[in-house]
Design a protein around this ligand. Structure first.
Ligand code: CO
Length: 648
């Protein structure tokens, strides 16, 4: 019999900051905006793109101890719709004053969430758009879903300097059904977001709407499977972690949780306690940007790609999570406090979910002579969030393991982007997933910025390849192979791609700290499934998302270098971010290195991805290599089972 356990959820309150890396509170967001509005006499047509903590420099964070006065400064990006100008500001919350104010010429801030609805309403109300709908037999524009896609950059003169969105449009048959089942093919609107007016309607000709509804919601399912028994996860004594504000301790792990509207979940100051001291591993880890290039060359689809962090702010699109649905078991939630376009604050409750998971066996051996068995169970700490970007869902799951391993797993789900196709036609750049419904081939590229500090800031990155040796006097039986480590000394040397056939990984060592065997301590970055882009180097997207062309980039830590695509990728012509950061080929040997890992997920759609895609997974891992003197999990106690302990 299952014992009913009261499910409780705990959540961080919007309390006062107690650490320099704590995200801004709602109060601090509102205060920063109002100080800036007042000092700069900002009018009503100013939109606040960003109000975040201006993260203090590494040295300042390192010198902080509990109880010290907390330095609080906000970083703001504002867009004046009237003058079409963008400004960056910093506001000291300690002193209540603007500390910097700077015009940033020639950039377009990202598309803000409140612009989504305004853009949809503008397009729905446009007479030319409505006439194009009528040609397709659509009489109610309110049932049309208008998704504003970032317009990209193609050098068109009439688009120069304008803040744009290009719409993809879909038709619902009722307010609750899956509109992505009926793409309104061949029709798009180019919208000037600053003026919030239509610049142009493009109509490439009518293609009939696909016939099937494509609904997946529970209300549309005729019969559910009947054989599922309850599966309960209970921790009668509570979880094994402790939380203090945004600080987390779990067994030997110590870390801080952060959150920004652009990156979403951020992990700070990850360290592992060993022989009485906390040894740093990872100073800061977050998604830096991502892009989804599509492979269809037709007039109304060639511009389809989107930078979901840099152009939409994936953190601000994060879901509030529900206990028992998104997260199962003994959960701790962190709320996210973010800004609206008007400079107010809003809270995403339960934006970050944290819990422990049983993860099968940690290690095991049976002595076949004596029959003696030793086995330990593994568990991992899961810190995750899920965002909805238009049709798609992305879950970002960080796992900490007892043996010092760190893993990032992305869960891709939601609804694939669809296009209409004439009856009987076979898609050339996609898959038919339902009658007259084409899902274009595409790729999801993510870049993670990993500011590793392996036992301190001075680190060196080595590439390790396993090499087969030629037969000869030193290899008379032709069986020899060995692992070969090559230091990556400069930024250009350190631009690398995966090579699974050589067992390639990248090892981050601290040459100044040795383990008991005299080896420099290290952590390796282990790639998982990966791929390169298929767009030609001359394609606009290859210039705008240059980070895609390499899986590994290494830079020396430089404050302000936070995104693989630079600070303003929206409509940027290209070259910003990693290609620009690494242009001077700076030294990355024995210094404070930042690793940038690009992860490509290749998506040839399947009929099974429709009408909603079961979760697909991709990710990477960080694993200790000589960081410890020996297996660090011998001290994990045997679990109890109904006959006693799980050994002998
Ligand atoms: Co996909």
């Amino acid at each position: 019999m299952a014992i009913p356990v009261e499910k409780t959820s705990v959540s961080t309150t919007d309390q006062q900051a107690s650490h320099p890396l704590d995200p801004l509170t709602s109060g601090e967001i509102i205060r920063a905006a109002s100080i800036l509005k007042q000092e700069r006499s900002l009018g009503p047509r100013v939109r606040f793109e960003t109000i975040v903590l201006n993260e203090p420099d590494k040295a300042c964070v390192a010198g902080f101890s509990a109880g010290d006065p907390v330095l609080r400064e906000a970083f703001l990006v504002v867009l004046d719709n009237e003058t079409e100008s963008t400004y960056e500001a910093t506001v000291s919350l300690n002193e209540g004053m603007v500390t910097s104010w700077k015009h940033i010429p020639g950039v377009q801030p990202r598309i803000m969430f409140d612009e989504f609805a305004e853009c949809e309403a503008t397009v729905q109300a446009d007479p030319q758009f409505q006439a194009a709908l009528k040609k397709r037999g659509i009489t109610d524009p309110d049932l049309v879903m208008v998704d504003p896609w970032s317009a990209g950059y193609y050098g068109y003169e009439d688009e120069e300097g304008r803040r744009l969105a290009l719409t993809r449009n879909f038709l619902r048959s009722g307010p609750n059904d899956n509109g992505y089942a009926r793409p309104i093919e061949g029709l798009s609107a180019l919208v000037d977001l600053n003026k919030m007016e239509i610049m142009r309607i493009d109509d490439y000709g009518v293609i009939p709407l696909p016939p099937n509804p494509g609904n997946y919601a529970a209300e549309f399912v005729e019969e559910f499977r009947q054989d599922l028994k309850p599966l309960e996860i209970t921790q009668p004594e509570g979880p094994s972690f402790t939380v203090d504000g945004y600080g987390v301790t779990w067994q030997k792990w110590h870390l801080r949780v952060g959150f920004t509207p652009r990156e979403g979940l951020v992990l700070h100051q990850i360290g592992y306690e060993d022989q009485g001291r906390i040894r740093p591993v990872l100073h800061r880890a977050a998604l830096s940007d991502m892009v989804v290039p599509y492979g269809d060359p037709s007039a109304d689809h060639y511009r389809k790609n989107a930078f979901d962090a840099g152009e939409y702010g994936i953190g601000s699109l994060t879901n509030p999570l529900t206990l028992g649905c998104d997260c199962l078991g003994e959960i701790y939630y962190f709320d996210a406090h973010l800004n609206t376009g008007s400079g107010e604050a809003f809270t995403i409750p339960n934006a970050v979910c944290m819990h422990e998971e049983d993860y099968g066996i940690l290690w095991k051996h049976t002595d076949w002579r004596t029959g003696h068995v030793e086995v330990r169970r593994s568990r991992r700490l899961v810190i995750s969030s899920v965002a909805t970007v238009g049709n798609y869902e992305y879950g970002f799951f960080w796992y900490l393991y007892q043996d010092g391993g760190i893993q990032l797993e992305i869960k891709l789900t939601g609804i694939i982007n669809t296009a209409g196709i004439a009856e009987g036609e076979v898609p050339a750049h996609g898959t038919l997933v339902a009658p007259q419904l084409n899902a274009h081939i595409h790729q999801h590229f993510f870049n993670f910025r990993l500011d590793l500090d392996v036992d301190g800031p001075s680190n060196t990155v080595l590439e390790v390849n396993t090499v087969a040796e030629a037969p000869g006097p030193d290899n008379p039986h032709a069986n020899a192979f060995h692992a070969e480590a090559t230091p990556l000394k400069s930024e250009l040397e350190a631009q690398r791609v995966v090579d699974p056939m050589s067992g390639r990984y990248w090892l981050v060592t601290n040459p100044e700290v040795k383990n008991a065997l005299g080896q420099p301590v290290g952590y390796k970055l282990m790639p998982g499934e990966n791929i390169l882009p298929f767009a030609h180097p001359s394609a606009s997207i290859m210039k705008r998302a240059g980070f895609m062309s390499k899986h590994l980039w290494v830079t020396p830590y430089t404050s302000g270098e936070l995104s693989a695509t630079g600070p303003y990728p929206n409509q940027h012509p290209g070259g910003a971010g990693l290609p620009e950061y690494t242009r001077n080929d700076r030294n990355v040997e024995n210094t404070d290195v930042v690793l940038w890992y690009t992860l490509g997920y290749h998506h040839v759609p399947r009929p099974e991805d429709w009408p909603i895609s079961p979760v697909a997974y991709c990710g990477f891992s960080l694993k200790p290599v000589g960081f410890f003197d020996t297996n660090p999990v011998l001290d994990v106690p045997p679990s109890a089972h109904h006959n006693g302990a799980c050994h002998t």
